[in-house]
Design a protein around this ligand. Sequence first.
Ligand code: NAP
Length: 277
Amino acid sequence: MSDEKIPLAGVIGSPVAHSRSPQLHRHWLTSLGLQGFYVPMDVAPDNLERVLRTLPDAGFVGCNITIPHKEAVMRIADKITDRATLIGAANTLIFRPDGTIIADNTDGYGFIENLKQGAPDWVPNAGPCVVMGAGGAARAVIAALADAGVEEILLTNRTRMRAEKLKEEFGKRISVADWVQAGNLIEEAATVVNTTSLGMVGKPELRAPLDGLRPGTVVTDIVYTPLQTRLLKEAEEAGCTVVDGLGMLLHQAVPGFERWFGVRPEVDAAARAAALR
Ligand code: NAP
């Protein structure tokens, strides 16, 4: 009998039952013929540190982190990658053999890889990029856009102060506009990104006027329930190139899976179908 350990990973959140990550990782493990397990773990905030310190001893090689723990894990991890520091939150943990915890953030990577896969002709500096929303996901999106070479980001958020704060942190390439200006900004945009929760099942609809959308504009929504939001529907009707948000979820999972299980998985139709199952 081999004494080789079977690697374990999972996703920690609270609640966590809605997470699509277990179906996705299990699909990759099975289709790649790998040994390993990936499980959902519902952990209350008060128990987070204790659970994280125990998991390596139980055979875990790492885990994903979701709401509400993405910021709290930054205070627990022993080492934090530069991109997680920049974003101020982590979604992927790697446990070293000695039990130390590395915190990384792959949301921005997932966002940009999805954009490139869904809009292969996308050019970062073709013109201004409008970003709606200044919450946690917006930080990852803005960091990734800047890193990809977008020179002008027009940022608008219901709470203007939050957008101003992001401008302070990310610098001159960001201009902040009032939320009521969202429709006007779109007219000038080469790329439009919704990072708000508007349009998501159970949330209000995005009400910004969308008649400024032009053919050729690349439009993406990071909301993926439903897959086709009002923004994406109207963008498609206007002849824009549209990219839905599910791919961001799939791509952000790739670096963690590769570190934990040793093989880089594909984001393809089968992976999409698995996450939607
Ligand atoms: P968050 O930190 O709570 O930020 C929410 C954002 O939505 C803020 O900009 C907020 O504006 C705005 N908003 C909420 N209600 C609004 C309303 N009624 N009118 C105008 N603006 C409103 O959330 P988050 O973590 O950034 O997540 C945002 C969305 O992205 C969620 O739907 C989440 O599921 C999705 N997401 C998807 C992926 C993916 O992989 N595809 C990854 C991460 C997140 P204020 O600042 O004014 O409150």
